[in-house]
Design a protein around this ligand. Sequence first.
Ligand SMILES: [Zn+2]
Length: 236
Amino acid sequence: MKDIQKLLIDLQQKDSLILEKLRFIDKAPMRIFEVDEPLKQAKLELENVRKKNEIASRKKREKETALLDAQEKIRKMKARVSDLKTNKEYQAYQKEIEASEKEIFTIEDQVLELMEEIDAVSKEQKEKETSVNAEIEKINAFKKELNAEMAEQGKELAALKEERTVMVARIDPEVYKTYMTLLRDSGDGVAVTTARNELCWGCNMNIPPQLYAEIMKNEEIIQCPQCRRILFASEG
Ligand SMILES: [Zn+2]
């Protein structure tokens, strides 16, 4: 195998590694977005439960105030019982007291119901808080790991690019230009590939026997008739 072929194969290997690292780095924001989504959902659910709790607590306070008012009303009415003069007045008074007592029972019932609701909602809120905190912890660990990995990939990428520059300097500019065009246009970042079993391993096309025989010699830079990728004979 000639030097230029070895160089092109090595360059392709290097570029494939570079592409792999670039893809990893490009995908990082999406991966963070993906792990952030369940947290957003959990936070939203927690917010809803908090609101439910707030509304129930406010209602309970209102009912407690209404209860005090009703009790105060009865207390005042009872205080003026000696002012009653006629039987009719007394009956009206009794009716009013009964109505107020009934109102107190109703409010007390409502307060009890609200207390039960608050208990249940508080329990749910605590559960949601636990799951939000667990989610946050999980995400922080993931981000920390990802950042470390990104730093590592970035370092490796810089080293690969340096090695690549050294290699490119040894390749004929025309050949390099062809290589770069293929790399860009290939869609998968493969400009150099093997020919095996009379097939191009880049596009799977059958290679005519005469051309295949030429490729097997590994003496010239030969491109696939269909995908234009540079082909070399695989060793082994
Ligand atoms: Zn091909």
